[in-house]
Write a protein of this length. Structure first.
Length: 471
């Protein structure tokens, strides 16, 4: 039995309960004696059953139940008894991970506040500790990627990778995580076409299923599309959302991860081959309105706006808001990941997304925040000129060819990957730049999108219910 003095808060930051699941324990959240006995008393008495019973430390647990269990009190002062607990209470998962990495070699008493402050500054957040932690964590992540069992494993992996990428930039540590992107690319080439067969009640799998999901789970909702927002970007933006209760999951963008294709699929509920204009955005609003009508909303109940000052009339029950800030930063970026970290940090501190979200929640809307695609660092191969390419996009990561004679020559010359046309119009052939490459000026270091990396394809899907606890 785990007795947590701040169970929801601490587990929300560390997800330590998942470790018990990974070791074969059934997780039981203790509510009251009667409910527990009805459902679990027999299991408690059965030899070989593994139960991890989660209770708050103030809850009453009958003696006959307690004596069958080993009790552990989960609290920061118990986990780190040689440190001042008040200085740890607001630390996030990354901070606690770094603390754990350093604490195992600590034999001194730093319980005085000033001593804990010095220890955190000099030891926990030292570049040496961060560098060692990132190396261990990345090696473990590569092992996980090599043992993927189901599509949703990539969602967890993308979130962990983003945390490492953010920390590497934050502490100026050189960390190349492209190996994970390459492993995902291999997965996507083989399996992306099968993802439409998966149904998950807790979250859409592909962006083309997001509208259906929201229509089922919310009677009145706003979808906020942060154009180009990756898991890396959300890691930073989410620091402004501490006062809001939200549920975080992920979703697969469409491949190629271009705005015209993936955002229209997100807002229309269609696959790329079903779009009116897959390579242009002129029909985006029309596609969204048609989708909302198919969900049962009338024209007066449907709204589509752009920007943080978006306003909807009192009758609107299904709204979309497009925010271009992140994508604008991506395409104007000259400092790579460091530049994105700095720019997104400014965006997070401005709290424009948070304030807009709170405004919609106050109006009774459930708010869903997601993205049409992410972004990834690339080095330019050289600009592609005079090839007769049928479709060109701002992404510079992909080509769509029709009746093009020298496809093989392009593949060989530029190391391109031929994409298997999953969900796409079949009259084209699709060539996508390999991991870390783009058709930008030769040698230029850029941030971009349109390809098959984990950075570009797995994007955040945030659910915020307009309930009382959120104001």
């Amino acid at each position: 039995m785990l007795l947590d003095r701040g169970l929801k808060h601490l587990n929300g930051r560390t997800n330590y309960i998942s470790a018990f699941s990974a070791h074969g324990f059934e997780i039981v959240r203790y509510t009251d004696d009667l409910a527990f006995r009805i459902e679990y008393e027999e299991k408690l008495k059965t030899p070989g059953e593994k139960l991890a019973i989660i209770a708050n430390s103030g809850q009453y647990i009958p003696y006959d139940v307690r004596r069958r269990l080993t009790a552990y009190k989960v609290a920061l002062e118990n986990l780190f008894p040689k440190l001042h607990p008040e200085l740890l209470k607001d630390k996030g998962k990354a901070d606690l991970d770094l603390l754990c990495a350093a604490y195992r070699t600590n034999f001194d008493d730093f319980r005085q506040k000033r001593d804990t402050e010095m220890y955190l500054r000099m030891k926990v957040y030292s570049r040496a500790n961060v560098k060692a932690y990132l190396k261990r964590s990345f090696d473990a992540l590569v092992d996980k990627a090599g043992n993927i069992k189901k599509y949703s494993d990539w969602f967890a992996l993308a979130e962990e990778k983003a945390q490492l990428d953010v920390m590497a930039v934050q502490y100026d540590v050189d960390l190349d995580t492209q190996a994970i992107n390459r492993m995902f690319q291999e997965y996507a080439l083989a399996h992306f076409g099968k993802l439409s067969q998966n149904i998950d009640k807790s979250s859409p799998v592909l962006v083309s299923k997001a509208m259906d999901y929201m229509g089922v789970h919310s009677e009145k909702f706003i979808i906020v599309v942060m154009d180009g927002m990756s898991e890396f970007d959300w890691k930073i933006i989410s620091t402004a959302f501490k006062e809001v209760a939200y549920e975080k999951s992920s979703v697969f963008a469409m491949i190629p991860s271009t705005t015209s294709v993936s955002r229209q699929c997100l807002l229309s509920g269609k696959y790329p081959s079903q779009l009116l204009e897959p390579w242009k955005q002129s029909k985006e609003k029309t596609e969204f309105v048609d989708c909302a009508r198919n969900l049962g909303y009338t024209d007066s109940q449907i709204g589509y706006e752009r920007g943080y000052d978006a306003q909807f009339g009192p009758f609107v029950r299904c709204g979309a808001v497009i925010i271009n800030d992140v994508d604008d930063m991506v395409h104007a970026q000259t400092q790579g990941r460091l530049g994105m970290f700095n720019d997104i940090t400014v965006l997070a501190n401005q709290k424009k997304l948070l304030e807009m979200t709170k405004h919609f929640m106050a109006a009774g809307y459930d708010v869903y925040i997601t993205a049409d695609h992410g972004n990834t660092p690339c080095t330019g191969l050289g600009k592609l000129m005079g090839t007769g390419v049928e479709v060109e996009t701002k992404s510079r990561r992909m080509l769509a060819l029709k009746d093009f004679a020298d496809k093989a020559g392009l593949i060989e010359k530029h190391g391109l990957v031929e994409y298997p046309k999953y969900y796409l119009p079949k009259e084209y052939d699709y060539l996508i730049c390999d991991v870390g490459d783009s058709f930008d000026a030769k040698g230029d270091e850029v941030m971009t999108h349109g390809g098959i990396t984990l950075d570009e394809v797995v994007v955040p899907f945030i659910k915020i219910k307009a309930v009382q606890k959120n104001g």
